[in-house]
Design a protein around this ligand. Structure first.
Ligand code: PEP
Ligand code: MG
Length: 295
């Protein structure tokens, strides 16, 4: 049972609710309400505070997932991309230069974050996770920048943990289709169902007119979850879920049935889901639900 949080102050609250680590730390919230880029030292101090407080449990830092609903207007201006409202150059920001794509282009900003995270890694148990990975090339590009940061720190004589797991979010149908290849190059997978549902069913998750189409139980979504779990497990990788489906106790038994064992959610949802997890009989009920056993 892991927690999704956005601010260091939420750590004690997550632990009080029984979280055994942070499964999703939304680092982009460092950008809100400011007109400049966070510097490496800020990332370092911020991350160090979090890993220290979460220890001995792990804290999973998702690198910047900026764009659309996570808006940083000054950054949009700097990078010339649309954040929030469509522009002439980016009529469809949800499919535009956002999240990891933006980081791969704005390398200075990305490297400041990665170097800060690496420096903080010695102060607790850190995991790094890349969002919105569409395929193997993007994962390799992000990992290459991480390696570059490690090399720089080594040259500067700055220590960092040697065993930081580097994982990815599975949020796009393309990532599901190549999850077997991604799993070979990522230490763990975490399914972001909020975006996976949006991109699979071609509906804007913020658009009230098509909200009725937002169906976590759509067979296409369930198949994608299962395909990801199977691909990850075939490679011996841990596969978790950190989208809102993880925090809805109505789905707990089904997600267990599909082989998921790591659930990350808003801290307030932990107790209810935990109760459901403890009640679930992963042998009998699940076999009945899906007609075969995954345990
Ligand atoms: C997701 O897409 O499921 C997710 C957890 O990320 P976010 O909601 O921050 O996009
Ligand atoms: Mg997402």
């Amino acid at each position: 049972m892991l927690a999704n949080i956005e601010m260091p102050d939420e750590v004690p609250y997550a632990l009080d609710y029984g979280a055994e680590g942070i499964g999703l730390y939304r680092t982009e919230f460092l950008f809100l309400d400011r007109n400049d880029l966070p510097r490496e030292d800020e990332h370092f101090m911020h991350a160090r505070g979090v890993v220290r407080r979460v220890a001995p449990f792990p804290a999973t830092f998702r690198t910047f997932d900026l764009g659309v609903d996570k808006v940083a207007p000054f950054l949009a201006k700097m990078a010339g991309v649309a954040m929030g409202a469509p522009t002439d150059s980016e009529p469809n920001p949800a499919l535009g230069l956002r999240s990891l794509r933006l980081c791969l282009r704005e390398r200075g900003m990305f490297k400041a974050q990665l170097r800060g995270l690496l420096r903080a890694s010695l102060h607790g148990r850190m995991r790094i996770m890349f969002p919105m990975v569409s395929g193997v090339q993007e994962l390799r590009a992000a990992k290459a920048i991480l390696e570059e940061c490690k090399e720089e720190l080594r040259r500067e004589g700055i220590a960092f943990a040697q065993d930081i797991p580097v994982g990815i979010m599975i949020e796009m149908p393309s990532a599901v289709m190549v999850a077997d290849h991604l799993a070979k190059e990522a230490d763990f997978l975490s399914i972001g169902t909020n975006d996976l549902i949006q991109y699979s069913l071609a509906l804007d998750r913020l658009n009230e007119h098509v909200g009725y189409l937002y169906q976590p139980l759509h067979p296409a979504v369930l198949r994608m979850i299962r395909q990801t779990v199977d691909a990850g497990h075939a490679c011996g990788r841990s596969v978790g879920i950190c989208g809102e489906m993880a925090g809805d106790s109505a789905f707990t038994e089904l997600l267990l049935a599909m082989g998921l064992r790591s659930f990350s959610m808003h801290p307030a949802q932990i107790l209810v889901v935990k109760q459901e997890l403890l009640r679930a009989d992963t042998r009998k009920r699940i076999r009945k639900l899906l007609g075969r056993s995954y345990v």
